[in-house]
Design a protein around this ligand. Sequence first.
Ligand code: HEC
Length: 130
Amino acid sequence: MNPFLTLDTGWRRYDGFSNVKKSWNHCTSWAALAGVLAIGGLAACAGSLPRLTSAQKERAARLWPGTTARELGRGRTLYVRKCSGCHTLHLPAAYPAERWSAILDEMKGEARLPEGEAWDIERYVLTAAQ
Ligand code: HEC
């Protein structure tokens, strides 16, 4: 949607000043709404998702031997990519670890995740959850 294109049509369609003004208000509110959805939506989802600290990464490597920082980073990226299609992202801290395991078991089916991706996401979420 291009608000300026709509405004232009409005300008030609309406000849009274008040009508033109009405059309402008209509357009700006749509443009503002689109802006909030595009910018606000992104910031509220991916941006507020925590990045793991070094201490958390070390803890993950102790818990699941062989887990690398790279895998944990991939888990976070996949979480944003694969888990935000149907609903907004749930912050890892929103649920205790045991609850997350059950949720992820169900959601990896919803998101049709290959096992490897599900495992990366699970390690990221469980590490970030505490
Ligand atoms: C195909 C759509 C879809 C995808 C993709 C999806 N979800 Fe969901 N999710 C749902 C639906 C529907 C619900 C609400 C109903 C339910 O709990 O089963 C839900 C609920 C949730 C909840 C809330 C559960 C609760 O009990 O409060 C969490 C957390 C969640 N999803 C996490 C995820 C994660 C993590 C992923 C990525 C692996 C994901 N979702 C991908 C559809 C989806």
